[in-house]
Structure formats: C-alpha cells, structure tokens
Design a protein around this ligand. Structure first.
Ligand SMILES: Cc1cc2nc3c(=O)[nH]c(=O)nc-3n(C[C@H](O)[C@H](O)[C@H](O)COP(=O)(O)OP(=O)(O)OC[C@H]3O[C@@H](n4cnc5c(N)ncnc54)[C@H](O)[C@@H]3O)c2cc1C
Length: 447
C-alpha cells in the first residue's frame, strides 16, 4: 500500500475507480475538458483511447500547466524545469506513460551537502542524530501498523509539533524543517502530521526525488498532445462560465467563444475554479472548501553558469540562507555550462518573487559561497514565482491540519454533469502522478 491509498478510498467511497464503478447509462457524445495540464491531458488520453469525442480549453498559450520545461540556453540546448522536477520511483502511472510514449527516464538523484549556521559540511559529513534516526524509523513503522481510524488522528496535529512532542533534538528539527518544507512548500508548522508521516512512511528512499524525463518533463505533455491531436487543444481559451440546463452544458470563454457539451471535466486549480461563474451555483460546502484550501509558495530561481564549478553532477545543497535549496538542474545534459536552481518556499519564496534580478543574483552568490565564487561564472538568472502564478496562486495544494478528510471529499464531488480532477484531489497529491491518476479517474467517472 502506498502513501495515502487507504485514504483515497475512504474519501471517495469508491473501492476501485474504473469504468464500471460509475453508472452513466448513456455514453457522452461530447466532453469538454478545462485545462491542458497533466490532469486534463490524462483525461483526454483516456477519452481518446475510449474513442469518445472531446475538446480541451486551456487559458495559457501553452500546454503542460505546472509542468513547464524552459530552455535556459538556446545555443547550448540546456533545459530546466520551472515546475515539476522529479518523477518518483513509486509513480507507477507516470512511468507507464513514459513507457507507452518511449520517453527515457534518467536518474535524477542527488547527494546533499549542508550549509547551516555558517558551517559548510559536505555530503556524508553531516547527518541526523543516530538515536533520533532510529526512533523516527520506529515511529514511521508503527504508523503503518495502525488501522485507518487510528492513523486519521494524526491529522489533528502538525508535523513540527509531532516531532517536538516525540523528542527530536534541536538541530535535527531545523534540518527537517529545511528539508521537509521543500516537499510541502511551506514551513512544516503548516503541514498535517498525517500528511507528512504517510508520505515518509511509504515513499522511495530518496523521497520520490528519483528520475526525470529525457528532454524535460514537458516531453510527456507534447507526446500526449501529438497523439490525441493538437487541434483538440484550444489554448488561449480561458473559461469564465459554465451553465448547466437539463442535460446540456454551455461553456463560455473570455474570448467570446461558447462550447456545448454533455459532460465537463474541470482540472483547474482551486483558485482558478473559484473564479468560474457556475449556473446553477456550486454548493456552499464546495465553495467553503475552495476558499479554505491553501497552495504552497514556491519560487524557482535558475542561475546559468559558464562552468559547473560545483564539480559533482549529482550536487545539491540544503541551506538556511534565503536561497534555501540548490540542486544541479542540468544533470545528464552534457555541456561545460550548467544551471543551478535555487528552490525556496514560504517567505523566502516571496522575497525572491518580489525583488528583482539584482537581489536574486546577490542572494545566489552569497548562498553558494562555500562551493565557489559564483561571481566568476554567473551569466544570468531566470525566476518563476508560483505564488504569483495567475491561475494557481501557488505551486500545489497544501492540506493543513484537519483538512485532508474534510475538504478533499467535498472538492471531489461532481456538480451535476461537471466532474473534477487535478493534483489537489489525488492520493499522490502535489505530484504529476496525482494529476495523471485524478484526470484518468475523472474521465471514467464522466463516461
Ligand atoms: C514548483 C513546483 C515543483 C513541483 N515539483 C514536482 C516534482 O518534483 N514532482 C512531481 O511529480 N510534481 C511536482 N510538482 C507538482 C506538479 O507539477 C503538479 O502536481 C501537476 O503538474 C498538476 O497538474 P494539474 O493538471 O492538476 O494542474 P495544472 O498543471 O495547473 O493544469 C491546470 C490547467 O488549467 C488551466 N486553467 C486554469 N484556469 C482555467 C480556466 N478558467 N479555463 C481554462 N483553463 C484553465 C491552467 O492554465 C493549467 O494549464 C511541482 C509543482 C510546482 C509548481
């Protein structure tokens, strides 16, 4: 059993999400999908395979959504990820799709240096306290042996408080804060202990930071689009209103175009969803859930360097400076030039997002100092702040204490013939895997 699998079942009330679980007597003749992220593309691929007609309406001028590969150097053909980076070893559906579309998955694991309280320690020269490590392993193991009702109780407290209450030594607490906050996108004071324990108890050794697609993760979006037909994906079609009358649905876009359908699959993040005008209106409980769910503040600032002065291809470094977490973003791309991404969360991400490139350059130079004098090599910086993204207003959903079992079931419920999907509704929430599985399941639900 993986991460939150028992949970997904409890929340949806479904035993197996396959076509026969849902009871539509007549197959829809036309489905409109909102969003060409991984969730929308996965829904479309499912319909394509079932030979059901569909069209995707996408606000942006590109596909992929929060999967966003960017060429940081055209000439050197160096690509970096502004959104999703790693494919986890446990992410079965992503791996199956990569197999289907013949996309190579490259090793993207790193070995972590630490720059903490002014002291730099190379990989293998720092670690968690040995007794605490043993204790935490025991706690994670005993969590797996609890029944689901007992596990649910951990949703009442946050991860920070859980660690403190269990006697974590001070240094280790701050290491965990630095490391785990990059997973959740905010301080672990905001993260449900249930979410954290169920993630760490069931994840791969490197915590799902295992692989990356050859050519960048957008390759999968492009391959799916090529197969289902590019003409089926209408970019710059921002949906503003959905009107359901009897069995027919009318979908209105900001560019004045209107589409008719008998089912809609809506894969947009909650902020974008809350901006769509529904008639009849969404139920109050769903609106409350949309308002309550937070999204993580994550900023990625990529530095392009004339030389890979960090030397190790598998270099990454966690730091308590504002740059927060550095990793080699061009691993497996052979060139003398290379890129390091500074990945920061919470207030640190805000600082990167709000200030200009001078601040970003200086912060990178100061924070990477133990590795080398970056002034000699830094050619440019490129920044993307997901907290300011127009459609998601954050990187991915972050379920706080007491929210997983209350908000997610509400957000999953269909509204008449409109079905919902997206990473925020998945067991593997916050991952490409979750987006893909939830899009596929919503397509089955809709037909
Ligand atoms: C910084 C960052 C790091 C990440 N790291 C990882 C990682 O390492 N590994 C991993 O597996 N996952 C990672 N993720 C998460 C992963 O990117 C997401 O889980 C996944 O891409 C979400 O897909 P989605 O289809 O649910 O949503 P989206 O990709 O957001 O797709 C929704 C689409 O809907 C469109 N849209 C919004 N409003 C409307 C509207 N009104 N009308 C029409 N279209 C609309 C949007 O433009 C968007 O394209 C990361 C994400 C970020 C941002």
């Amino acid at each position: 059993m993986k991460r939150r699998s028992f949970l997904g079942l409890a929340a949806s009330g479904a035993i197996l999400l396959n076509q026969s679980t849902f009871a539509h007597s007549v197959k829809p003749s036309k489905v409109v999908i909102l969003g060409a992220g991984f969730s929308g593309l996965s829904a479309a691929l499912t319909l394509f395979d079932k030979k059901i007609d569909f069209v995707i309406l996408e606000s942006r001028n590109r596909i992929g959504g929060r999967v966003f590969t960017h060429k940081i150097d055209e000439q050197a053909d160096l690509r970096v990820e502004l959104g999703a980076e790693w494919v986890g070893e446990s992410h079965e559906e992503v791996k199956k799709l990569c197999d289907r579309f013949k996309i190579q998955l490259n090793d993207n694991r790193f070995d972590t240096d630490l720059y903490f309280r002014g002291k730099y320690s190379k990989v293998n020269k720092w670690d968690f306290d040995a007794d605490w490590k043993k204790k935490l392993d025991g706690l994670l193991e005993s969590f797996k042996n609890l029944n689901s009702e007992q596990q649910k109780l951990f949703d009442r407290l946050d991860w920070w408080r859980y660690l403190v209450n269990n006697g974590i030594p001070e240094n280790d607490l701050y290491f965990r804060e630095l490391l785990d906050s990059t997973d959740f996108g905010e301080s672990i004071r905001h993260v449900s202990a249930f979410s954290a324990i169920s993630e760490y108890a069931y994840s791969s050794k490197k915590n799902e930071m295992d692989l990356k697609m050859e050519g960048g993760n957008s390759t999968l979006a492009n391959k799916i689009a090529d197969l289902i037909g590019r003409e089926k994906i209408l970019t710059e079609h921002h949906v503003e209103a959905i009107v359901q009358k009897g069995k027919s649905i009318s979908i209105k876009c900001a560019n004045g175009k209107t589409f008719d359908a008998d089912r809609v699959i809506c894969t947009v993040p909650t902020f974008a969803l809350s901006q769509i005008n529904f008639s009849p209106a969404l139920p109050k409980a769903k609106i409350h859930a949309l308002d309550a769910l937070q999204y993580a503040r994550i900023n990625k600032c990529v530095g392009l360097f004339s030389q890979r002065f960090w030397k190790r291809e598998d270099f990454d470094m966690i730091t308590d400076t504002p740059a927060h977490y550095f990793y080699h973003a061009t691993k497996n791309q052979h060139h003398t030039k290379g890129a390091l991404t500074s990945y920061s969360v919470g207030e640190k991400a805000d600082m990167f997002g709000w200030h200009g490139d001078d601040y970003r350059r200086q912060t990178i130079i100061d924070s990477i100092r133990p590795i080398g004098d970056a002034r000699n090599y830094l050619q440019k910086v490129f920044n993307y702040n997901w907290g300011q993204d127009r459609y998601s207003k954050g990187a991915y959903a972050i379920y706080g204490t007491g929210q997983w079992f209350t908000l997610q079931p509400e957000l999953k419920k269909p509204h008449l013939n409109v079905h919902f999907a997206g990473e925020h509704l998945a067991e593997w929430q916050g991952f490409m895997e979750g987006a893909i599985v939830s899009g596929r399941d919503a397509a089955f639900e809709a037909i």
